[in-house]
Design a protein around this ligand. Structure first.
Ligand SMILES: Cc1cc2nc3c(=O)[nH]c(=O)nc-3n(C[C@H](O)[C@H](O)[C@H](O)COP(=O)(O)OP(=O)(O)OC[C@H]3O[C@@H](n4cnc5c(N)ncnc54)[C@H](O)[C@@H]3O)c2cc1C
Ligand code: SF4
Length: 447
């Protein structure tokens, strides 16, 4: 800890987003960066607490006090070494992690001005790439064992990378045409530029990992072990009348197609899903819904409304139900919400309405949640007022994903990431992939 009083003298400073009028017309990353002096100042605010709750809260156990100190002192190489000791892909989490660590930071408890760990992480990693600290290893000694990793999202990539570093010969099977899973085909480019994924895949390839695209895996017998990191392929549906109308889509249909268009892929007029000139209704109040809002704006929508069946979360930094250092389930306003959106809570969807097979609106109903009459159990939904119609030519269903069920696999098969735990976060997928790699190694060491 270089500057013992920094947390008293220097305020938290976020780099913030590009101005709204500038960013809304393109798919470039919305987040800006601080200059080197400001970044080091931010790193100096870390108090090197005796009990670092940030380290406890990060699923990867990232050592924020250590790398913040190295960053403050200007030793970027050491900072990257410390960071990459627990996190194989800090350039991903540095951009899109919700930063569980920052909510758990003691400074968040003290004055709601936690350290800027996530941005620090991104800055350290970008400097490490720019300065050539990250180069492919050429000294990996092979141990003669082969592992198939199925799925190339963050969980599969983390498992593949860790096993490759240990000397296993790793092949990654991916059913899509490129690697990254939801990093590439879910998260919009304005949050994560896909060149960031390509850069990391190139290093992994140079270190010996073979990626097989457009390729579903089936042969378990050929490999010493198999890691299944296939994510949560089934989105939650809304089976109300009118579901088959043209204009009702799953969020990922829009998001993945838009990311593919940006990667240069062509779609026919019939296939293309676009919000251009339309009133858009996003059903689901979470992050996927928010990504649909930002995408709809960039496609040139007329308006966006987001509805959520659950009540509006509490506002402000503290969540009485889930106090510090746990994650506060408070109202979150993203860069996409800032770009313009009507947000409503306690709204149930009754029916999709249309003309000539095309969606024209959605009948919704305001509701309330009352405690169950028995006193315990799930709250009961009660209708409030009259149903109403929200005009919409495009509906995006962003209501989460179903947790996959798995058969009993042979002992050499290990499931990780969202496929094992249900839909979650990139940082948790990476942590789960690393754990799967350790499990494979432990299993094969005994064979
Ligand atoms: C729209 C959206 C935005 C999100 N934004 C964020 C965010 O900002 N921050 C955050 O932390 N988290 C975010 N998440 C969650 C995060 O993306 C996921 O938790 C994470 O990607 C899960 O990683 P995974 O590797 O387990 O699965 P996935 O990323 O889903 O990857 C699974 C991969 O397996 C492949 N696959 C599936 N079946 C097969 C098969 N049979 N053969 C070969 N390949 C197969 C798939 O094609 C896919 O590439 C977001 C999720 C969505 C949907
Ligand atoms: S990965 Fe996320 S939770 Fe962990 S230190 Fe980085 S920003 Fe914080």
């Amino acid at each position: 800890m270089g500057n013992q009083k920094a947390f008293l003298e220097i305020h938290r400073q976020e780099a913030g987003y590009r101005p709204l009028h500038d960013r809304i017309h393109d798919y470039g990353e919305v987040e800006q960066t601080l200059n080197t002096r400001e970044r080091k100042q931010q790193a100096s605010r870390c108090m090197d607490c005796g009990v670092p709750f940030c380290h406890w809260a990060c699923p990867l156990g990232n050592k924020a006090p250590e790398w913040n100190d190295a960053l403050y002192k200007g030793d970027w190489e050491l900072a990257y070494r410390l960071l990459s000791a627990t996190n194989p892909f800090p350039e991903f989490t540095g951009r899109i992690c919700p930063a569980l660590c920052e909510k758990a930071c003691v400074l968040n408890r003290f004055n709601h001005e936690p350290t800027t760990n996530r941005e620090d992480e991104c800055a350290i990693t970008e400097m490490a790439f720019a300065e050539g600290f990250i180069v492919p290893r050429t000294d990996i000694r092979r141990n003669g064992r082969t592992v198939a990793v199925v799925g190339s999202g963050p969980a599969g990539l983390a498992a593949a990378n860790a096993l490759n570093q240990m000397g296993y010969t790793v092949t990654v099977f991916e059913k899509n045409e490129a690697a990254g899973g939801l990093l590439r085909y879910g998260i919009p480019n304005f949050k994560l530029n896909k060149k960031i994924i390509d850069r990391r895949i190139s290093i992994m390839e140079q270190e010996g990992i073979v990626f097989k695209y457009n390729s579903e895996f089936s042969d378990y017998s050929e490999y010493s072990a198999v890691v299944l990191a296939t994510g949560t392929p089934t989105a939650r549906d809304l089976k109300v009348p009118g579901r088959n109308l043209k204009g009702v889509h799953f969020a990922l249909e829009l998001l993945s197609q838009q990311n593919r268009v940006l990667a240069g892929m062509d779609f026919s007029k019939e296939e293309r899903i676009t919000a251009k000139g339309k009133d858009v209704l996003v059903i689901g109040g979470g992050d996927t819904g928010s990504d649909c809002i930002g995408t709809a704006h960039r496609q040139g929508c007329k308006s966006v409304t987001q509805i959520e069946i659950m009540p509006r979360p509490v506002e402000g930094p503290d969540d009485p139900q889930n106090p510090w250092p746990a994650w506060p389930r408070t109202l979150k306003t993203t860069s996409s919400h800032e770009e313009g959106c009507t947000r409503r809570w306690n709204i149930n969807t009754l029916e999709f309405l249309g003309e000539n097979g095309n969606l024209t609106g959605v009948m919704v109903q305001e509701i309330d949640w009352k405690p169950a009459s028995s006193g315990g159990g799930r709250p009961v939904m009660v209708e409030k007022g009259e149903p109403e119609i929200i005009k919409a030519e495009l509906v995006l269903l962003a209501m989460g994903f179903l947790k996959p069920e798995h058969p009993q696999y042979p002992a050499n098969v290990f499931v990780c990431g969202d496929a094992a735990n249900g839909a979650s976060l990139v940082v948790r997928a990476i942590a789960s992939g690393l754990q799967a790699a350790r499990n494979v190694h432990e299993y094969l060491s005994k064979q």
